[in-house]
Write a protein that binds this ligand. Structure first.
Ligand code: CP
Length: 314
């Protein structure tokens, strides 16, 4: 059974994830420029991005267009939120717009998919509780970013064909990362072994619920790992004073040619945007085992697959 909404990684079972992978592969193999699949015909995708985005917003837009959806783009700037309208009234207004002339109230059949990004954790869940339409979390505060985790898992799956017992280390600012939270849950659902590496001040206090080991040294990370998920410093969510200096972070935690190129059978993924010269040396991004551009391509197909499956649950 596929869920109607996607708020966090835990909404998806292992079986759901393999359904997404299979459908993404189908779209990947059958899409050619200009064709449209009928999966979302008659549905409207509402891109409600209250926080900046390049990859997630554009890939959802492309995915919705390729699946024949109508697309509405909503941003805070220029909207009536600036005049004091509440978020709840904004959603009620958009819901009302999607009713046909013959009906005065919403039916239980979703007519739309809200794709929601917000700097506050919990906003997608709040919207899910006030609309009958489908809601997809496209990143909320420090909470979760489940479709990023899907595309990351798909990228690893395509490379290794199996994630069971795959050794993956997540490196960097885990404390402020919604990507890390979704990745940990989803990769554990798929049977991978996940460990962490980052400055103590950028690791969450309540790590034991995940039962994860923490590395002390980058060379140990490279030795053990078959894949690395590298994260940027989330300065927009960071209180000051969490790092002694940027130079020290670069010295101990940066992935560069000196450490990464020591091993062949290892791949690098990064959700982007990348701050080159901080968490990653630009030269590494050009290596054959850096998957950053492939992740972006996979993001369109996995979002097509996710939306198609969510649309078929009712
Ligand atoms: N990975 C990611 O969420 O990137 P954007 O902020 O550009 O969407």
């Amino acid at each position: 059974m596929f869920p109607q909404n996607l708020i966090e990684a835990g909404n998806l079972t292992k079986e759901n994830l393999f359904q997404i992978f299979e459908k993404a592969k189908y779209f990947e193999e059958n899409y050619t420029n200009g064709i449209k699949f009928p999966d979302l015909k008659g549905l409207t995708t509402v891109l409600a991005f209250f926080e900046n985005s390049t990859r997630t917003k554009l890939s959802f837009e492309l995915a919705a267009q390729r699946l024949s959806a109508d697309v509405l783009t909503f941003t805070t700037a220029g909207s009536s939120l600036a005049k004091g309208e509440s978020l709840a009234d904004t959603i009620r207004t958009i819901d009302a717009m999607l009713n046909t002339a013959r009906e005065n109230t919403s039916t239980n059949i979703p007519k739309a998919m809200y794709v929601v990004r917000n700097k506050f954790s919990g906003v997608p869940l709040f919207i899910k509780n006030i609309t009958k339409n489908t809601v997809i979390n496209a990143g909320d505060g420090k909470h979760e970013h489940p479709t990023q985790a899907i595309l990351d898992a798909y990228t690893l799956f395509k490379h290794y064909k199996n994630l069971e017992n795959l050794k993956i280390t997540i490196i960097g600012d885990i404390l402020h990362s919604r990507v890390a939270r979704s990745n940990i849950t989803m990769l554990q659902t798929l049977g991978a072994k996940v460990k962490l590496f980052g400055p103590g001040t950028l690791l969450p206090l309540h790590l034991n619920c995940w039962n994860l080991e923490i590395f002390d040294d980058i060379d140990e990370v490279i030795n053990w790992s078959e894949a690395i998920i590298l994260l940027r410093l989330q300065n927009e969510r960071m209180a000051s004073g969490l790092l002694p200096s940027l130079e020290e972070f670069v010295k101990f935690y940066q992935i560069n040619l000196n450490n990464f190129a020591k091993k062949d059978k290892i791949i690098l993924i990064h959700p982007g945007p990348v701050n080159y010269g901080v968490e990653l040396d630009y030269g590494v991004s050009k290596l054959h085992n850096s998957m950053i551009d492939r992740q972006v391509t996979n993001g369109v197909f996995t979002r097509m697959a996710t939306m198609s499956l969510l649309a078929n649950t009712v």
